[in-house]
Design a protein around this ligand. Structure first.
Ligand code: NDP
Length: 480
């Protein structure tokens, strides 16, 4: 019988199976994260990593592919650690849609578990594959390699659907195969240390949370600005667009954690409940929420290519949005009437991902009219949390000016190992902690909010994207 308690931590002899091990995500994120965990002592050396894909590769190929993406460990000696780590890795080549490869994989997993004396297997399956084959692989793994007398956890990459209907279809497809507590749906922003920190910053500092409401906050801005375009990923991006790529998931997650009420406990389900409650109080998005949409053209000096110049963008008449700015409304007692602006774009003038809470102006008293405070959580280019604070300069001058109360990670925690998002998420899957994974109802309501917007910007009455120069601030008319 499969074991129901998913909070059990996998400590020894876990079989970690990586489907799509030959791919981009595996190379840039999954292997570096596994190696990072191993080299910092957070992945038990008794773990076995079974890699699976159709390509005929060797473990040495995998090592070579991911080498440049693995960051140095805090303790050094990385060559030795890399040698030891890759002894834990094995590679099996096979198809995704027929039994043959899965049976060979099963044979190898069972041989490993037998050799280690495992009686109740712990198996984690990571689907680092295109969404088009999620269900094929999920069905095959359930049929052939599910831990029938142990615990199975399946990590599924984003995107989970293209809209509300397709997301529900996928959920329906997974339902007969796995219980919800066996599925770990990734939004890697949830693994970011900064977002975890936001919980502590808000709820462990009551003075701050006490001012996070409509009485004190003038407006909220969530930004995602990338200084590069679709370069080389146009095939993927052209069917996804900026809204699905980062707004419906990453930016919405940031906003949700920033605006939700305090969870009733520091536990996975309580945190996810609080998020769902907040999401349910957000108004569905539609035409009235669109401030601006755009697609990047060539840079003003003509040196940087337009979106349509990109070789990987096949549709040369594509109207795909590389920039979108929207307003959002939350209808609850805390946030009613507070303007929220979400903005995301590629090919812009800077690299910046942040949420900015702008406080109201001081309208009375001896310092009436002084510059309002801002509280900012920045994810890129530097991890930092800071607040602008009014004070006077030392000496004889008496004018009020702003300083920054600043918590920059690299200053504060320079010597510490700060886990990257994928490191945290993979470790959470080993620990059986789903707090930083997306629950079905959360996914459902997030698509419910965004689907009418997607229908509008991709429908017959879609607004014409404004062409903005690569490297600029984006389309004209964006809100300040
Ligand atoms: P890839 O396109 O690199 O695909 C991964 C592997 O899947 C490939 O190496 C290939 O392996 C196999 N594959 C590719 N296309 C097909 C196909 N049509 N049919 C069957 N097998 C196929 O994807 P990524 O690694 O970029 O992404 C994997 C998942 O992670 C996706 O769901 C993606 O949306 C998500 N993701 C990716 C990110 C990234 O930065 N790359 C970021 C966030 C999420 P082989 O041919 O050897 O079997």
């Amino acid at each position: 019988m499969p074991v129901a308690n998913q909070t059990i931590a996998f400590e020894k002899n876990t079989a970690f199976v990586l489907f799509g091990a030959s791919g981009d995500l595996a190379k840039k994120e999954t292997f570096p994260a596994l190696f990072g965990l191993y080299s910092e002592g957070a992945l038990d050396p008794s773990t076995k990593i079974f890699c699976y894909a159709r390509s005929k590769l060797t473990v040495d190929n995998l090592r070579e592919n991911c080498k440049q993406y693995c960051r140095p460990s805090t303790g050094g000696n990385d060559k030795f650690k890399m040698d030891q780590f890759f002894k834990m890795v094995t590679y099996i080549s096979g198809a995704y849609d027929t039994d043959d490869g899965y049976l060979r994989l099963k044979g190898e997993i069972e041989a490993f578990e037998k050799e280690r004396g495992v009686t109740q297997p712990h198996r984690i399956f990571y689907l680092a594959i295109p969404p088009t084959i999620f269900l094929t692989v999920a069905g095959q793994l359930k049929k052939n390699i599910y831990a029938t007398n142990g615990i199975t956890r399946v990590i599924v990459e984003k995107p989970f659907g293209n809209d509300l209907d397709t997301s529900r279809e996928l959920q329906k497809g997974f339902k007969p195969l796995f219980r919800e507590d066996e599925i770990f749906k990734i939004d890697h922003f949830l693994g970011k240390d900064d977002l975890k920190r936001l919980l502590a910053v808000r709820f462990a500092n009551p003075f701050l949370n006490g001012t996070w409401n409509k009485d004190y906050i003038e407006c909220i801005q969530v930004w995602f600005k990338e200084p590069f375009g679709a370069e080389g990923r146009g095939g993927y991006f052209d069917v996804v667009g900026i809204i699905r790529d980062v707004m419906q998931n990453h930016l919405l997650q940031i906003l949700t954690v920033a605006l939700m009420e305090e969870p009733v406990a520091n536990k996975a389900e309580a945190i996810r409940d609080a998020k769902v409650t907040l999401l349910k109080s957000m108004e569905k998005l539609g035409p009235k929420n669109v401030v601006s949409v755009g697609q990047y053209g060539r840079s003003t000096d003509g040196k940087l290519p337009s979106y349509l110049d990109d070789d990987t963008v096949l549709n040369k008449e594509s109207k795909c949005l590389t920039f979108t700015e929207i307003t959002m409304d939350v209808h609850n007692d805390r946030w009613e009437g507070v303007p929220i602006v979400m903005r995301a774009g590629k090919g812009l003038d800077e690299d910046r991902v942040e949420i900015r809470m702008k406080y109201k102006k001081n309208v009375s008293g001896m310092f009436a009219g002084c510059t309002p405070n801002e509280f900012v959580i920045q994810f890129h280019p530097e991890r930092k949390i800071y607040m602008t604070f009014n004070t006077t300069a030392p000496g004889f001058v008496d004018n009020v000016h702003q300083v920054s109360l600043d918590m920059t990670y690299s200053d504060k925690y320079a010597k510490d190992w700060v886990p990257e998002a994928y490191e945290r998420l993979i470790r959470d899957a080993f620990l059986g902690n789903p707090a930083n994974y997306v629950r079905d109802d959360e996914l459902d309501v997030s698509w419910d909010i965004f689907t009418p917007l997607l229908n509008y910007v991709e429908g017959p009455d879609a607004p014409e994207p404004e062409i903005y120069p690569y490297g600029s601030t984006g389309p004209k008319g964006i809100l300040e």
